[in-house]
Each structure stands twice: as structure tokens, then as C-alpha cells.
Design a binder for this molecule. Structure first.
Ligand SMILES: Nc1ncnc2c1ncn2[C@@H]1O[C@H](COP(=O)(O)OP(=O)(O)O)[C@@H](O)[C@H]1O
Ligand SMILES: [Mg+2]
Length: 197
């Protein structure tokens, strides 16, 4: 069964940046093998949105992939997901998945806010993690290739542009957000070992 998350209707460029941040987060996570769903942009009867697997349960620390979930806390900090909370960890067939990355990277963040939080831990749920699991996540993330990261960001931005979610999302806005996201990721990777709390 599928779940369809409709795109928000506000006339705000962040509506499009939110989709960019969802797509990019999911694809980065899958490269690093963290449990985020595969997302597909769709237009269903004129309504645009993101289609993904339907998750019918709330996740618990009994999840079969608990270790990966614990390590994913470093990922969530890396991508500046200010909206990670316990309700955003759902499950299917005993496997947990972290949903809703619409407030990761630059989405809904004016530059002064990015500056305010850039050196801080931003998550509001710790994914049942511990220092050792978090540090395993940090090591994994520090092995990432930034040419590949840039490609994921560019491809995600292009898809969002092509899907025409918001007229305010121009190719220049897309480019600026890819570059700023990349700077955020490089900077957060450097300080990530200090962000466990
Ligand atoms: N894949 C999914 N399967 C089942 N329910 C979902 C799924 N994704 C989201 N939901 C439900 O919809 C709610 C809103 O989705 P979310 O991604 O958090 O959107 P929003 O950006 O509006 O916060 C979630 O809290 C959850 O209850
Ligand atoms: Mg949500």
C-alpha cells in the first residue's frame, strides 16, 4: 500500500525547497544505508505530491533494524533535520523508517536561523541512540564523497524544478540552495562528533 503526501499550497519558495530537502535526504540516506523511504514525485488527478510506502505502525526500540536507526541519529544531525521527533519514526513488518525530512537542509530556514543552529544539536528525539552508535554514524558519514553528494543535490533540485511546484523556485534559487546545502553538509560533518547529546 502507498502513502501520498500532498504538496503544501502556500505561495512560498519553501514549499518547493521542502520537496528538494525530502528527496535529497532520502537519496543521501539510501547511499549511506540509513532507513529512509524511497520517494517518488507524482501528480495524481492534478494534485502534486510525494508517493512512498505506507507505514502502518509506530516504531519501537524492538525494531529489527534498531542498530541502523540508532546510527541514523548522526545522519539526522548532519542534514540539519530540525523536525526529527518520535512520531516521525514509523514501521512496517518490524522494520523502522524515519519519515518527514521536509525541514532538513535549507528548507524553511532563513540564513540567520541556519547561522543560529549550525553548531548545535538540532534533533528532538534521539532514535534510542547511544554515543557508540552515534560515532559509528559519524565515521560512515565522514567517508562520503562530496562529488556524489553534490550530484544527489543537483539531481533532486532539477526534479523539483521540472515538476514546477512553485513559481518562486527558479534555477538560480535551486543552484543557491544546492551550494548552501553542500556547505552545511561539509561543515556539519567536521563538527558532527560534538553533536551527540
Ligand atoms: N509513509 C507513511 N505512512 C503512513 N503514514 C504516514 C507516512 N508518512 C507520513 N504519514 C503520516 O502523516 C503525517 C504527516 O506526514 P509528515 O511527513 O510528517 O508531513 P508534514 O510535513 O505535514 O509534517 C505523519 O505524522 C504520519 O502520521
Ligand atoms: Mg511531520
Amino acid at each position: 500500500m502507498k502513502f501520498f503526501k500532498k504538496v503544501k499550497k502556500e505561495k512560498d519558495v519553501n514549499v518547493a525547497l521542502e520537496i528538494f530537502s525530502e528527496l535529497a535526504s532520502s537519496r543521501l540516506a539510501q547511499r549511506l544505508s540509513y532507513p529512509l523511504l524511497t520517494l517518488e514525485l507524482k501528480d495524481i488527478n492534478g494534485e502534486k505530491g510525494i508517493e512512498m510506502e505506507y507505514l502502518g505502525e509506530r516504531a519501537t526500540r524492538g525494531a529489527k533494524n534498531l542498530q541502523k536507526v540508532k546510527e541514523a541519529l548522526a545522519f539526522e544531525e548532519w542534514i540539519l533535520n530540525v523536525d526529527l521527533k518520535e512520531e516521525h519514526v514509523l514501521a512496517k513488518d518490524g522494520f523502522a523508517y524515519i519519515i518527514d525530512h521536509g525541514h532538513s537542509l535549507t528548507a524553511w530556514k532563513p540564513l540567520y536561523y541556519v547561522q543560529q543552529i549550525i553548531d548545535s544539536s538540532v534533533t528532538r528525539f534521539n532514535l534510542w541512540s547511544d554515543q557508540e552508535s552515534f560515532m559509528e554514524g559519524v565515521r560512515n558519514i565522514r567517508g562520503v564523497n562530496y562529488d556524489e553528494v553534490r550530484k544527489v543535490l543537483l539531481d533532486s533540485a532539477k526534479e523539483v524544478l521540472d515538476a514546477n511546484f512553485c513559481k518562486l523556485m527558479t534555477s538560480q534559487v535551486a543552484e543557491e540552495n544546492v551550494e548552501l546545502s553542500l556547505r552545511i553538509l561539509k561543515y556539519r560533518a567536521r563538527i558532527l562528533d560534538h553533536l551527540y547529546n
